[in-house]
Ligand binder design. Sequence first.
Ligand SMILES: Cc1cc2nc3c(=O)[nH]c(=O)nc-3n(C[C@H](O)[C@H](O)[C@H](O)COP(=O)(O)O)c2cc1C
Length: 178
Amino acid sequence: MSTTPSILLLCGSLRTGSSNESVLRTVQAVAPARVRTVLYEGLAALPHFDPDDDTDPLPAPVAELRAAIRAAAAVLICTPEYAGTLPGSFKNLLDWTVGGTEICDKPVAWVNAAAAGRGRGAEATLRTVLGYTGADIVEPACVSVPVDRGTVGADGVITDEGVREQLGTVLARLLTPR
Ligand SMILES: Cc1cc2nc3c(=O)[nH]c(=O)nc-3n(C[C@H](O)[C@H](O)[C@H](O)COP(=O)(O)O)c2cc1C
């Protein structure tokens, strides 16, 4: 069995050229070889949460989401703020985690990629919802890393060395046993 820890990367933006996705792509670029990173790409395919559908057999995209969370040693979120809180599509994803136990006690952190002082409403909602799900919020790994879109390369990866270093630290903190 593989002992390589895997980190599931959840992006809250569906936008092509998303700066939040660029953070997660950069996390993949700076991750050491001993860490596996998996960028979740199923957000748009998730159905609207309906408690009537939260039963076996689960809708396939929901089963895939829960399996991805189950398989991960930790989860890292990077999401924009919309209208003072989370984008509806990402809150929908989190709603689908409530009925499963996969995220309970799972180390979870987020990177706030918004400009300094922005995105606090999204962070507050993450704290509330993740707390409700029983996720293990890794406080030292929850950081603000403002992204300058001018530093995102054509491959969607951030070139700024300072940002890359900060994201490497986030990964290390997320995987540090506590
Ligand atoms: C519908 C909508 C609502 C937004 N609301 C906020 C907000 O409340 N606070 C904020 O700081 N930015 C807000 N923004 C700006 C986005 O958070 C910002 O453009 C972010 O970079 C988008 O992330 P992305 O590049 O990953 O898609 C909003 C953008 C949109 C499209």
